[in-house]
Design a protein around this ligand. Structure first.
Ligand code: TTP
Ligand code: MG
Ligand code: MG
Length: 425
């Protein structure tokens, strides 16, 4: 395949898959550089770190550098051999992996393989922070990016300047270097004609590697791999394929499409055939930052504000809890709390109010939404109730309510938020 764009009226589709190396562990090593090169696993709740940090509180040298954690002696960290409990490993450093340790393994089982490995507890907040940071860097270079979880993304290189040079290697190198320079973290990138092949390619040269796959590399680079390497073929499908003597992607590709359809059904069978031949048209789906999050529900029967007060109140509270948990799960806080009502004549009313601080707290949202509700005339029966939180900011990037303080939810003086418009939702 021609990797140069000049002779083609349409640029060749080049899709990258980027995956961070030993992500949780690598983030931890940034603040514990003394653990570099050692077997380290992340998982289990307990931490020996706090006691060690307390011991350094009066050590001027440790406090001077801005990261006292870097001064904790290696001996002070918890070892796998001392672990008791049912905790599971989220990830392990590459030196730990040499002992056969990996994700999803019980810590006590791992202790048998490598008793001297250092154990650190998970700190999701820290991983999310670095996750946001590396994705921001990618977006500043290549705007067509699809989030695939905390440590990986797809990137459409097709139209990005330099995205076609050396099949994508030049741009991949630039992204790797930019992420490393800004964060100290390494990643691996696969660039291929589509997402399916890019996902496989990003594993080829892990860690800190780049792999380039073109259409005509299918036979040499993809077909020798185990079927499990296809994202979507899990252990169950794999063992069924094995029972038919199909172990590699090449063996899968050699099967008749109809045979696969007969054995795995029309949709899975046809998909397996396409995948084995390296075909995949799925676009890279970019997402913009949400401006608001809302939950609404249509009642099974129309409810009356007074006669069905208890039922309405319970539904209202649940909606607020759901929005709050949506916000918390996705890492957002919001400042404008709004409600939407639909009456039995299908007319819609909305009200909102803006708080002094951002929040993702269910009770605060419930209080503010309750104030909004008081501003709506409620003579008619209700068909629908909705709660919305807008003016969103990333958690940690908006001014937070001082610890211990309570949100002031105002009794709003003048109604604001037009009645009969649904545009807030
Ligand atoms: P992965 O990208 O699968 O693994 P990794 O980044 O640790 O290592 P690799 O270099 O092979 O990519 O997962 C990303 C993070 O997700 C990982 O650091 C920890 C977490 N995770 C779990 O919590 N449980 C799991 O079973 C897996 C696979 C990952
Ligand atoms: Mg990873
Ligand atoms: Mg990953």
């Amino acid at each position: 395949m021609n990797s140069d764009n000049r002779t083609h009226p349409q640029p060749i589709r080049r899709i990258a898959h980027l995956d961070m190396d030993a992500f949780y562990a690598s983030v931890e090593l940034l603040r514990y550089p003394q653990l570099k090169g050692l077997p380290v696993v992340i998982g289990g709740g307990r931490s020996a770190v706090q006691a060690a940090l307390d011991a350094l509180a009066d050590d001027p040298e440790a406090q001077a550098g801005g990261n006292p954690r870097a001064h904790i002696p290696v001996e002070a960290f918890a070892r796998l051999k001392d672990y008791v409990g049912r905790g599971v490993i989220t990830t392990a450093t590459y030196p730990a992996r040499q002992f056969g340790i990996g994700s999803a393994m019980g810590l006590m089982k791992a202790a048998k393989l490598c008793p001297q490995a250092i154990q650190l507890p998970v700190d999701f907040e820290e991983y999310r922070r670095f996750s946001r940071q590396f994705k921001q860097i990618i977006l500043s270079i290549a705007p067509q990016m699809e989030n695939r979880g905390v440590d990986e993304v797809y990137i459409d290189f097709t139209e990005v300047p330099g995205g076609q040079r050396e099949g994508g290697r030049v741009l991949a190198r630039l992204i790797q270097k930019s992420i490393f320079d800004a964060t100290g973290l390494t990643c691996s990138i696969g660039v291929a004609p589509n997402k399916l092949l890019a996902k496989m390619a990003s594993e080829f040269n892990k860690p800190n590697g780049i792999a380039i796959v073109h259409d005509d590399d299918l036979q040499t680079m993809i077909w020798p791999l185990a079927c499990r390497k296809i994202n979507g073929i899990g252990p169950k499908a794999d063992s069924r394929l094995q029972s038919h003597g199909i172990h590699t992607i090449g063996e899968l590709a050699a099967k008749d499409e109809q045979w696969l359809i007969d054995h795995f059904g029309p949709s899975t069978g046809a998909w397996m055939h396409r995948a084995a031949w390296g075909r995949d048209d799925r676009p890279v789906v970019t997402e913009s930052e949400p401006v608001s999050m809302s939950r609404e529900t249509t009642f099974e029967r129309d409810l009356h504000a007074v006669r069905d007060r208890a039922e309405l109140g319970a539904i209202f509270t649940r909606l607020c809890q759901q929005v709050a948990s949506d916000l918390q799960r996705k890492g957002y806080v919001g400042k404008t709390i709004g409600i939407k009502l639909r009456f039995d004549d299908f007319k819609i009313a909305t009200r909102d109010q803006t708080l002094a601080w951002h929040t993702a707290d269910a009770k605060t949202i419930r209080d503010a939404a309750g104030q909004c509700l008081k501003r709506v005339p409620l003579q008619r029966r209700l068909r629908l109730l909705g709660v919305r939180v807008g003016s969103l900011a990333r958690e940690g990037e908006a001014p937070q309510l001082p610890a211990g303080a309570r949100h002031e939810v105002r009794e709003a003086a003048a109604p604001h938020g037009d009645i009969w418009t649904g545009q807030l939702f």
